[in-house]
Design a protein around this ligand. Sequence first.
Ligand SMILES: *Cc1c(COP(=O)(O)O)cnc(C)c1O
Length: 611
Amino acid sequence: MNDYGLSIWGDNNFIIEQGKVCVNKKSKPAILDIVKEINSQGYRGPILLRFPHLIKKQIEQIYASFSKAKKEFGYKGNFNAVYPLKVNQYPGFVKNLVTLGKPYNYGLEAGSKAELLLAMAYNNENAPITVNGFKDKELINIGFIASEMGHNITLTIEGLNELEAIIATAKERFSPKPNIGLRIRLHSTGSGIWAKSGGIYSKFGLTSTELIEAINMLKKANLLECFSMIHFHIGSQITEIHPLKKALTEAGNIYAELRKMGAKNLKAINLGGGLAIEYSQFKQASSRNYTLNEYANDVVYLLKSIAEQKNEQEPDIFIESGRFISASHALLVAPVLELFSQDHTEEKLNLKEKNPQLITELYDLYNSIRPSNALEYLHDSIDHMESVLTLFDLGYVDLQDRSNAEVLVQLIGKKAVIMLGNKNSTSDLLKIQEEIKERYLVNFSLFQSLPDFWGLKQNFPIMPLDCLDIRPTLPACIWDITCDSDGEISYKDELNQLFLHDVDVEKDEYFLGFFLVGAYQEVLGMKHNLFTHPTEAIVEINETGFEIKNLLESQSILDIMEDMDYDIHEIQDTLNERLERSNLVNETQKKQILGEIYLFLNDNGYLKTIN
Ligand SMILES: *Cc1c(COP(=O)(O)O)cnc(C)c1O
């Protein structure tokens, strides 16, 4: 049975039971039941579900892997993790992460003034804060304030001018001072589509010449004792382990060299993020070639060897994993509104007494198609369709004939795909599947909810939430509700096709789940067509069922307009005046219309499922 690659990307977080996707935890509720519960409270449209137990799981896995590796190699340095806020700054995630990370002293990483102030407000007491990215004097000042407030903060310098600003600020501020980190520019680079952050030409980091200069500047300013960490980040979603090993070796040697130059408080190496997760639904397209355990072992082993070789103490290890920690916790559920060729049923055929030759032939093909001739008949029907369209343009067949041909070709396609099965497909069949794809209109915005698909063609696992005990027969293409033709998910790769079920959504609701959307997607999401962040809920699973917490409805249309800097009173007043001026309706009707406008403005803009 098709499990939509759940065994590849699912990490045992979900299971299929009685044809439904269920959360693999305690009472194992079906996701559909959670969604129905939320729907029953009046919330429609796409819903983002957050599962705190999956945040906890990722935190535990990271710590378990590194503890194990440290034990195995007898590593003496400490292990610390901080979460980079840029990956998901939504309170529904951050607050859970901070609470669940408390036993581990889990910290936060900030890349801007806003993120730093968030970190200062929410970080666990005494847990580390690291600050990366470009800084001005103000941001540096906020960093000093953080340390004066008692935060354990490290400001990582991206360039010498930032160091100058820190030295100047240190003279003006009080104590204690923040720790200083130096971001090193490695000659090693990462791999994969996000690999731009490493390498000699990367946007960030100090060259070896600059590092030496930085040490001299720190010495001169009497601040060398604040220098405690070197940092690198070779890019997100590192697909292969090899570049990381090269980067670690390089960083380990830089660490040892800088200590030999007198940086005695340099105690930590920060590996940045990049730990990948598996997004692929297809074995042949796997998105990483290593496991977390392998990653942890390599880090610990390499740093230990270098420390031994250079006779230096083993560095504390910091990681800034974002994607790995947050991706799996969120799942977008969106209802299918329509199947575009669903009305291509036999009842829609309206054959005439006397039909054009091509239509009669198509009808014969439809009636006599068998597994043995299915592929051939499918080819023929597509050729016939082309001919019918040409004849239509020339005026030889009418609109009814054309409609009959469309219905018949669709019906033949459906029969053929079922007869031929979706396994061991010939490339011919795959090509045809591409042509007869069913288009599923889904109540979500790709731009809002899966921006990395739009911008980078990053695939996310997609599957229906029920009917999983029935073979899906329709090669599918997903359309979102924006009126932008890029709002479409269609796997062009012939081997990796998405099949969905032939359902009648007028009778039965059919929901799709878009998984692993907890990293980057939410804040990168765009308000294209003014669709906004979907309704979200935090779901806790317990022994007997589940509990829905913090149900937060999608922004109302007025809120979105206000975000865009419209004067919402002006909008409301203008609408009222225009209605008032209209002489097409009477006073009672005006009252009703006014009420309706009020309701629409105060509701969210997603479509309400038709039934
Ligand atoms: C983006 C970023 C991260 C997070 O990377 P992931 O691949 O999401 O783990 C960590 N550190 C820095 C400096 C970053 O810019």
